[in-house]
Design a binder for this molecule. Structure first.
Ligand code: BES
Ligand code: MN
Ligand code: MN
Length: 453
């Protein structure tokens, strides 16, 4: 694998121009009328994998957006690495906050600016190019399979059924994923866990119609006011979630692991400064790193009701709504939390009111211990390319399909991500430093090398 840097050097411009073609396809999975574009993007990935050296590559239909599957089998007796990534992206709105249009990639200050530049087109493409390198130089040490989905950003709802139906096709020894971040290129880290997720829409109803706020105001409760009060009760002054039994199955992390998690080179001041704050707030008794990595949370993602258009309207609305998400840690499950939130909400609402709590999507938390044998290959690979041993971090984000792979296929995933906090994923001006993109391509072949050895 020593020749990887020379190969990158020779092909730099081509790698970028191909990635830019990938990014230009606006594969926003949340838009339900985006079928043609999603199919086009899946076909692009299929062709990129064929060009890179896959024996076969197909676009497979699911109940949702299509999945791309490709493979190169060099010897059935050798191990198989299954690479996972997603070709779908988050909506780019609000468009007016972008410096340049989201689907017209541009390089500024050594970074690629575009929706998907990091999450996950840039990171996925590192794998396509690392694979191309190994194939073209005759260095591929094992079998490789790719599964690239188009529904990650909307919860991967079709993936469980897809994995069950295609379990034989997806058979592998390890899953390799670049869809997470690291502290910095100077202080590389590997992700040992992802939080789970349970996402809900809440509809609170009071009187049977909207009312004149003068004629009725003061005589009845206002659903918007009531919903705010209910939400306020969900978290106490110590930052603890008040849903009865919410913490029942939360695994306490050992003092030793907590110490290790806090030993990474995390600049807390800069972290908050970067988002315009002096400092953070959260659950008493835990550091910022712990609050994000090993503790569960509850957040309102959106709240609405009544009149929100231009000017003033004197109305007392019949209903109020909110989108509420919880991030989960081992061994919480979306099913458990869903049942607990639903019954607590029923208890919190005033007499005469009704509440509907609809579960939209979610996923189970995931962990892979730092001393596991799958992780070891990633540690060695990063040590090789960074000249420094990576440290473990637990990510606060979620990738729902990762625990599905574990449950349905019985395969562990290594989360070797090359993104940075400052990449602004999901936000305007998402970006991915060129350095990280090329460092990823350099590191990935070493993972194969050490995994097979
Ligand atoms: N790649 C991210 C998750 C991520 C980012 C993990 C950075 C760790 C570090 C993924 O695409 C994502 O955004 N996941 C969603 C899942 C949801 C939409 C079901 C999330 O975490 O909100
Ligand atoms: Mn992602
Ligand atoms: Mn994402």
């Amino acid at each position: 694998m020593e020749t990887v840097l020379t190969y990158i050097d020779k092909n730099r411009e081509r790698f970028l121009s191909e990635l830019f073609d990938f990014i230009r396809i606006p594969s926003v999975s949340a838009k339900t009328d985006n079928g043609e574009t999603m199919q086009k993007c899946a076909l692009f990935v299929r062709q990129a994998l064929l060009n890179a050296g896959a024996d076969t590559a197909q676009v497979l239909q699911t109940n949702g957006w299509p999945v791309v599957y490709a493979e190169k089998i060099i010897d059935p007796a050798k191990p198989t690495v299954l690479v996972y990534g997603h070709y779908d992206v988050q909506p780019a709105e609000p468009l007016e906050l972008w410096t340049t249009p989201p689907f017209e990639p541009e390089i500024r200050d050594g970074k690629i600016f575009a929706r998907g530049a990091d999450d996950d087109k840039g990171q996925l493409f590192m794998h396509v190019k690392a694979f191309e390198y190994m194939v073209s130089e005759g260095l591929l040490p094992c079998n490789v399979k790719f599964i690239v989905e188009g529904e990650e950003e909307i919860g991967s709802a079709s993936l469980e059924a897809f994995c069950k139906e295609n379990a034989a096709l997806l058979k592998a020894d390890v899953i390799l994923v670049s869809d997470t971040s690291m502290i910095s290129l100077a202080s590389p880290t590997l992700t040992t866990g992802l939080r789970g997720l349970a996402y809900f829409e809440v509809e609170l109803s009071g009187q049977n119609r909207d009312l004149h706020s003068g004629l009725f105001g003061g005589a009845v409760l206002n659903p918007c006011n009531v919903l705010c009060g209910v939400i306020d009760k969900l978290i106490d002054e110590n930052g603890r979630i008040t849903i009865p039994g919410f913490y029942d199955s939360v695994q306490e992390v050992s003092a030793e692991e907590r110490k290790q998690l806090n030993s990474v080179d995390f600049n807390e001041k800069a972290f908050f400064k970067g988002i315009g704050l002096e400092n953070g707030r959260g659950e008493t008794g835990y550091t910022t790193i712990e609050r994000i990595g090993i503790r569960p949370t509850l957040d309102v993602n959106g709240i609405w009701g009544g009149y929100t258009d231009e000017g003033a309207k004197t109305v007392l609305p019949a209903k109020a709504f909110a989108k509420i998400s919880t991030r989960l840690v081992p061994h919480q499950t979306p099913e458990q939390i869903s049942a607990k939130l639903k019954s607590y909400m029923q208890k919190l609402i005033p007499e005469g009111f009704s509440v509907k709590v609809e579960y939209l999507h979610g996923g189970t938390p995931y962990v892979l211990p730092f001393d596991s044998k799958e992780m070891e290959a990633a540690v060695m690979a990063m040590e090789k390319s960074f000249g420094k041993k990576p440290l473990p971090v637990r990510s606060g984000g979620s990738i729902p399909v990762i625990s599905v792979f574990e449950k349905v296929l019985g395969i562990k995933a290594v989360l070797m991500g090359f993104g940075l906090e400052s990449d602004a994923i999901h936000a305007p001006d998402e970006n991915y430093p060129l350095e990280n993109f090329f460092k990823g391509i350099e590191t990935i072949p070493w993972f194969y090398h050490f995994y097979v050895k």
